[in-house]
Design a protein around this ligand. Structure first.
Ligand code: HEM
Ligand code: HEM
Length: 173
């Protein structure tokens, strides 16, 4: 008999995810512009660098090839969500996948503009500080949407996706 659950998120993806959550939480809640803020920002770039490599060499559901789709597929999936009968995916669904990629890009842009503020060329320049804030708060809005999407998908498919990101397992059918 086949087991009732599938191992979806490998340990590296789970550690990456919750490290991202903890670090991003710190970046927003603790005082900005401190050495910790800066170093943890670089830490986030390290995490993303690792995930980028893991997206090519990691386990099945961690690979970009498994979940990356274009905007058309994502929009079609959003329509299916609205109509109340979206297909269930074992890995990231098309809408979630686009959000995941968007989050990765925006976290990199936020950390990148943070670093740029510390360079001799841009130190003390207003526009880069504004851009850093805009990137940070746009990312925050995306995080709210991401968590909303996770809650909605959990309800529509009657499965606890947060639990799946902790244990790594999802039911097969
Ligand atoms: C700082 C906040 C967060 C960020 C930046 C973030 C980012 C991400 C990223 C990049 C992934 C893709 C994982 C991968 O393939 O490596 C992901 C997936 C996921 N995240 Fe988050 N996340 C955040 C907060 C949360 C929170 C608070 C929850 C739970 C309440 C959550 C639940 C999930 C779940 C369940 C998935 C898997 C989605 C699926 O089943 O397709 N995330 N998140
Ligand atoms: C993804 C990672 C990061 C996030 C989410 C983030 C978030 C933020 C936020 C929300 C603020 C504005 C706080 C406010 O509104 O008062 C801020 C300010 C600041 N950040 Fe970041 N940051 C990140 C990475 C970095 C990095 C890597 C550096 C530098 C190496 C940096 C340097 C600064 C500085 C110097 C300020 C103060 C700017 C000012 O005085 O206006 N940040 N950051």
């Amino acid at each position: 008999m086949r087991p009732a659950t599938v191992a979806v998120w490998d340990r590296a993806v789970r550690v990456f995810h919750w490290a991202l959550v903890g670090t991003m939480g710190y970046e927003f809640v603790a005082e900005a512009g401190t050495a910790w803020h800066e170093n943890l920002g670089y830490g986030l770039l390290g995490l993303l660098g690792f995930r980028l490599i893991w997206g090519f060499v990691g386990t099945r559901y961690a690979r970009f090839r498994q979940f990356v789709v274009g905007p058309r597929a994502a929009l079609a999936y959003v329509r299916a969500i609205k109509q109340g009968h979206p297909a269930r995916y074992i890995g990231h669904n098309p809408a979630g996948a686009v959000m995941v990629l968007g989050l990765m890009v925006m976290i990199a842009a936020t950390a990148g503009t943070g670093w740029a503020m510390t360079t001799d060329a841009l130190w003390g320049t207003a526009w880069i500080e504004i851009l850093h804030r805009v990137c940070a708060y746009a990312t925050l809005a995306m995080i709210v949407a991401h968590v909303g999407g996770v809650v909605l998908a959990s309800m529509q498919h009657r499965e606890n996706l947060v639990f799946a990101m902790i244990t790594g397992a999802k039911r097969r059918e």
